[in-house]
Design a protein around this ligand. Sequence first.
Ligand code: 1DF
Ligand code: MN
Length: 341
Amino acid sequence: MYQRIAAEEAFATRDLIRAYRDLIDRKGTDDPGFLALMGYHLNNPSQRTRDITDRLQDLGERRIREMDATGIAKQVLSLTSPGVQIFPDAAYATAMAAASNDELVEAIRKYPTRYAGLAAIAPQDPAGAAKELERGVRKLGLKGAIINSHTRGEYLDDQKFWLIFEAAEALDVPIYLHPNTPSPAMIRPFMERGLDGAVFGFAVETGLHMLRIVVSGVFDRFPKLQIVTGHLGEGLPYWFFRIDFMHGASVRAGRYESLKPLQRKASDYLKDNFYYTTSGMAWQPPILYAQSVVGMDRVMYAMDYPYQFVPEEVKVTDELPISDGDKLKFYQTNAERVFSL
Ligand code: 1DF
Ligand code: MN
């Protein structure tokens, strides 16, 4: 009746893992979120983290076997967060993105019916990132790009990054705005209670990033641009009414110089320029709620393998009380459309 396409599935190259270990060991970054997140994943002795790190690096038989076991027809693969965005040297980050995209494409060529992929890019060099996105799509057949929220504390509403949006719109491919840990300027109160990671910090950071992009006017400039978000939009669908009310009031009152009038309501962009995946949200109430506010054409399945590899969770979405036609959209055709699969 449908193929299950999973839209936010992570991998890592051996070189990336090595470079992360090196950054941690020689204190090559002072980003507290990165050190906490990758310090945990790479150095914690638990079975869970060791399994995740092993699975991340397998683009071969093990991954295919586990997809078969959970009924996943196709994974849309992306380099794990924070990708190359942590590296201080922009040229190094750009080269690392290209090498990772080349490796990804090798795997896709080996399993063309099972894998598709998004390009890693290095916003540290916006022009280089736009070029790598173009190479990824035109030469390698990748389906868009992934950006893991802030890049060294900077957000994509800064116009220096808009070359990337311009390229995505021109190529007619989406940007997956994947979580990163909260930026250094706001992570402290999260870390004091161990809430900086996927438990909640990711969602605050990335929901903020989505809203910064919306209110900056990116979509008035690039009206066809599409952004894919995970974790059911990092909570934002619950906020549409209040965001429209308060954002509109602040704009009309001229409260901030930086808050410019938009052509449409904030929630209009969140409905028409964003897609929402269910990564990490195997729970029917918020999925049904998101479908009710953004529509059946904008919510799609993701597992978040290997970070959230819980085979029983697929049953939760299989059993959604929606029509067969809507289930086909949810699992298959929405992803086929936005990623041109
Ligand atoms: C975690 C979760 C890590 C997700 C991720 O990338 C990630 C985690 C480093 O649990 O630490 O992509 N996730 O999307 O929920
Ligand atoms: Mn993820």
